[in-house]
Design a protein around this ligand. Structure first.
Ligand code: DX5
Ligand code: ZN
Length: 215
C-alpha cells in the first residue's frame, strides 16, 4: 500500500488545529511541511514558529521539504523539534554528501528532492546513502499546479536505478497528485504520495487519504 503525506500548504491557515486533528485521526502516514524562502522558489510559506506549534499537536511523523537556499542551516533546529524526515533540494546543496551526513548525525532520515528539470543521474553517487528521493512533479513553490506528465517516466527510471544499486531509498512524488496521476505514479514504483489541494479541498479529506492509499 502506498504511503500518503498530506501537504499542510493547502490546509486552512485560520484553523490549523482542526486540520491537524483531521490528519491525526486519518490514515495518513506523514504530514508534509513545505518551507519556502522566496529565493530558491518564488514564494514564502511558513517557518519555525508555525512548525513548533504544529509539532505540539501532530501525532504523525513530519516530512519537512526545504525549498530554501542553505537548508543545512536548519538541520539542528528541525531535529530538536522532532522532525522525522529532512529533505533538501539537490539544486541547493553544493556539498550534498556532507549535508546528508549532517542530517543523519542529527538523528533524522535524509531525503533529496529533484526539480523537474534535474536529471536523476546527479544522485548516482549518493543513492545508497539516502532514505528518500523526492521527485517534484510540478515546479516547486505553489500548491494546486498541474502535474507534469513526463515525470512518470522519470520515476520508472529512478526505480530502476535504486534497484540496480541495491539502495533502500523510497521514492516520494510531490505536486499535482490526484487519483489519476497518483495511479500512474504507483504503477511506476512510487512509495509516498504527497497531496495538498487534492486532500484539503476535497469534501471528505479522510476518505480522500484512504482512496490515495488504496491506489
Ligand atoms: C509545492 C509543494 C507541494 C505542494 C503540493 O512546491 O512542494 O508540497 O503542497 O500541492 P498540490 O498537491 O496541491 O500540488
Ligand atoms: Zn512539498
Amino acid at each position: 500500500m502506498v504511503q500518503t503525506a498530506p501537504s499542510l500548504l493547502s490546509a486552512n491557515f485560520l484553523n490549523l488545529e482542526r486540520d491537524i486533528e483531521m490528519i491525526n485521526q486519518s490514515e495518513a502516514d506523514w504530514l508534509h511541511y513545505d518551507v519556502m524562502d522566496g529565493s530558491f522558489v518564488p514564494n514564502i510559506s511558513f517557518g519555525f514558529p508555525v512548525l513548533s506549534a504544529v509539532m505540539k499537536k501532530l501525532e504523525k511523523p513530519l516530512d519537512a521539504h526545504f525549498m530554501v537556499l542553505h537548508p543545512e542551516s536548519w538541520i539542528k533546529e528541525c531535529a530538536r523539534l522532532g522532525v522525522r524526515m529532512f529533505t533538501v533540494h539537490q539544486e541547493t546543496c553544493p556539498n550534498l554528501h556532507r549535508t546528508i551526513q549532517e542530517i543523519h548525525e542529527a538523528g533524522m532520515m535524509a531525503g533529496v528532492a529533484l526539480n523537474p528539470a534535474t536529471s536523476i543521474s546527479v544522485l548516482e553517487e549518493v543513492i545508497c546513502d539516502i532514505d528518500m528521493v523526492l521527485i517534484m512533479t510540478v515546479n516547486p513553490g505553489f500548491g494546486g499546479q498541474s502535474f507534469i506528465a513526463s515525470m512518470v517516466d522519470k520515476v520508472t527510471r529512478l526505480k530502476a536505478m535504486i534497484t540496480a544499486k541495491g539502495s533502500k531509498a523510497w521514492i516520494e512524488c510531490d505536486g499535482g497528485v490526484n487519483l489519476t496521476t497518483g495511479k500512474q505514479l504507483v504503477d511506476a514504483g512510487v512509495d509516498i504520495l504527497v497531496a495538498g489541494s487534492f486532500v484539503f479541498k476535497s469534501a471528505d479529506p479522510r476518505q480522500t487519504i484512504i482512496d490515495l492509499k488504496n491506489l
